[in-house]
Design a protein around this ligand. Structure first.
Ligand code: NAD
Ligand code: 44H
Length: 491
């Protein structure tokens, strides 16, 4: 029998970084696995290096799946580092108070307004920014956004909670940084734009708008660590390694990277002493990460799902997937950006191969493939338009779009692998309504492109629509390998 993990039963020598003091300096929205293996770990290590009142008050959005077990064990949990050279476990103890935003939105608004808090960090997923896919602006027609704009004190969306919290904080005038740790291009700028738009639409006064513009910063950043979902096997491994029962461990790879703009107006932990890179070249780092890793990840996931591969390493083990992804990196992604000064893209890509191959990670293709209607916006349109405007077809990006549609909005008569039913896709019903009655695969794709799922500039490109339709036809008629072979032959 192992004893339950708690603050009094942290195994000797297992603490990662330092335990936080009781005072909290950070509010985190989106208390899920990624934050617990990334921002929380850097914060524990920064406090070990330089101290500080940087305890974290964490809120999950709507479910108590993580919060309930964390509370039962004093908000302490373990990280299980899954490396082929030997799995290790360590304990993180930096959360001082956890809650569920949907159950108590007022607590979130009050925490953001509290002058003791100097940073709000976010891992609310791409969906949490409540943006219109075609315009990138706040989605005013979404019922939850409209309700938050009308509803005042008890917002339901993350952006509404931040806006209402800042509105209240304006009275104290205390500076605050809102740092997005989600996979969005210019994630800080996007957050500022959406929050300011919310405040404008909600009729916030000039005093509030001027406080947000002068005393709230939204640093941009690039985050990178592969963190899959937790399974019972992870808890068993922790029990073996640490001799305690952890009901909510976080599995993660060894690799971890965080690059930030140093714009924390209320101060910050000594993250620089914990391995965070502070840089003025964030956009370039974001391009590297969002295109080479995340864009390729989506392609691996959808090709994998269509051939019945449940995990990223299983998909990556298929020659046709590897060839399509490496071709996509070389032909469709690398030419679209200039890497940060001195950054070795070849080394990053080699490392990606090792990371995707790691059989211990067990990253579900359906997890990576979820929310494609929102995630692909970061991964396809800008890179595709870069090539289309130069008269070149980005075949791999068209393949990724076709494979996504084959999984979540298949043309009539085509049944994708049953794995595809496990993809969480918020636009599934809207996609189904859009393609209902389509007479050909080309008509099917044309309706999606014209249906507000992609920015207008890409939707207007009939050549891209036609190429996606060709590849979707091949997937439905001859299979996904044939579509990948067509792409390999076309470049
Ligand atoms: N897991 C990774 O490998 C990884 C790596 C880099 C970046 N990220 C970023 O972190 C995000 C979360 O990943 P995770 O692995 O922690 O997932 P998770 O499922 O463990 O947690 C997701 C969190 O997002 C919140 N959330 C979900 N939908 C929301 C919404 N509509 N509004 C507000 N909050 C919402 C949930 O409460 C939950 O706390 C990703 O979407 C991505 O942007 C993840
Ligand atoms: O987290 P998402 O949902 O934005 O995308 C899924 C994966 O591509 C992503 O989580 C990667 O594992 C991660 O971005 C690696 O740093």
């Amino acid at each position: 029998m192992t004893q339950p993990l708690g603050r009094s039963s942290v195994p000797a020598g297992s603490l990662i970084g330092a335990a936080a003091p009781d005072r909290t300096g950070i509010v985190h929205l989106g208390l899920g696995n990624f934050h617990r293996a990334h921002g929380a770990v850097y914060t524990a290590q920064a406090m070990a290096a330089a101290g500080g009142d940087w305890g974290i008050r964490g809120f999950a959005h709507s479910s108590d799946r993580v919060v309930a077990p964390m509370r039962a064990q004093d908000n302490v949990y373990s990280i299980l580092q899954l490396t082929e050279g030997g799995t290790r476990a360590g304990v993180v103890d930096v959360h001082r108070g956890t809650g569920v935003a949907a159950q108590d939105p007022e607590a979130v608004v009050a925490a953001i307004a509290d002058p003791a808090h100097r940073i709000v960090s976010l891992t609310v997923s791409e969906v949490g920014y409540t943006r219109d896919p075609a315009t990138g602006r706040l989605a005013l027609d979404r019922p939850d956004v409209a309700a938050d704009l009308a509803g005042g004190a008890t917002p339901r969306t993350a952006m509404g909670m931040i806006a209402r919290g800042l509105e209240r904080r304006a009275a104290s005038g205390e500076p605050l940084a809102v740092v997005s740790c989600d996979n969005l291009q210019s994630n800080g700028d996007v957050t500022r734009a959406v929050v300011e738009e919310f405040l404008g639409e909600a009729g916030a006064g000039d005093d509030v708008l001027s406080f947000v513009s002068s005393s709230v910063s939204f640093p941009n950043g690039m985050v990178d660590r592969i963190v899959p979902k937790t399974t019972d096997e992870h808890s068993r491994r922790v029990a073996d390694l640490l001799g305690v029962t952890d009901r909510c461990p976080v599995p993660a790879e060894d690799f971890s990277m965080w690059v930030l703009e140093d714009d924390f107006v209320g101060g910050r932990p000594a993250w620089d002493l914990a391995g965070v890179t502070f840089s003025t070249e964030i956009e370039a780092y974001e391009m590297v990460k969002l295109r080479l890793l995340n864009g390729s990840h989506s392609l691996i996931a959808y090709l994998g799902i269509l051939c019945g591969a449940p995990t990223i390493d299983a998909a990556w083990g298929q020659d046709f997937v590897r060839e399509a992804v490496l071709g996509g990196i070389a032909h469709d992604y690398l030419p679209t950006f200039t890497p940060p000064t001195g950054f070795d893209c070849d080394a990053y890509v080699s490392e990606l191969d090792a990371r995707w191959r790691n059989p211990l990670i067990g990253h579900a293709t359906t997890q990576v493939g979820s929310d494609g209607s929102v995630k692909l916006l970061q991964r396809i349109p800008d890179a595709a338009l870069f090539h289309l405007r130069q008269g070149r077809m980005p075949h791999h990006l068209a393949l990724c779009t076709a494979a996504w549609l084959a999984c979540v909005a298949p043309p009539s008569g085509f049944a994708p692998d049953p794995l595809s039913e496990r993809i969480a896709e918020p636009a599934r019903e809207r996609l189904a309504a859009t393609v209902d009655g389509a007479v050909t695969v080309h008509d099917h794709v044309r309706r999606v492109m014209a249906g507000g799922f992609f920015p207008e500039a890409l939707a207007e490109r009939d050549d891209f629509t036609a190429r996606v339709a060709e590849l979707l036809t091949t997937i439905t008629r001859d299979g996904v390998r044939a579509a990948a072979a067509d792409v390999a032959a076309s470049r």
